[in-house]
Design a protein around this ligand. Sequence first.
Ligand code: ADP
Ligand code: 5GP
Length: 187
Amino acid sequence: MQAGRLIVLTGPSGVGKGTLLRSLLRQHPELHLSVSATTRQPRPGEVDGKQYYFVSREEFEEMVAAGELLEWAEYAGNYYGTPRAAVEKPLQLGQSVVLEIEVVGARQINKTFPSALRIFILPPSWAELERRIRSRGSENEQAIAKRLSSAKTEIAAADEFDLQIVNDDLAKAVLSIEAAIFSPTNT
Ligand code: ADP
Ligand code: 5GP
């Protein structure tokens, strides 16, 4: 059986990665979204095992020590990581897997899965990125400041990735991601 593809969606917090993915997965239920582990607190409405596996710092550190994570990073004061089994099993079964992760983790994937398609999502402008982070209303001022500070470094790394897509018009950005994933030249 042919192995599935690994697709990495990265870019700064608030750029719209989650929104783009939800739209993409509605249209392509055959894509498998990997659920990450994190030490951050759940936002209202987030369910353990659905958006994330919410774990303590101790539990996370045990997962790292046991080699259970394919990649991980500390971001804005919390740990985030991709459980290895949740990626390797579907890939072996021929299913394509999408990771929605920050830049440090996306760089690690480059080493372990050089054939992964790595897409960087850019905001139409800095002001719009800031507006989106604030409009989501999920972080306090301190957390917003940390995310905006990380965003500067992340955007500077956009060229390291295979493809850069600007998330201005949502529908157009979804079409560009679809084209990249399903284009024979990117396989
Ligand atoms: P990320 O997952 O990258 O942190 P989100 O998907 O949570 O970002 O999006 C952040 C905010 O921006 C949300 O309120 C979302 O509705 C909004 N958003 C996402 N894409 C667009 C877009 N193309 N135009 C306007 N608002 C958008
Ligand atoms: P949030 O707290 O907004 O859900 O996520 C913060 C950042 O962590 C986002 O950029 C998101 O893509 C990233 N992230 C989510 N899961 C993972 C993961 O498993 N690994 C890494 N490296 N980053 C992740």
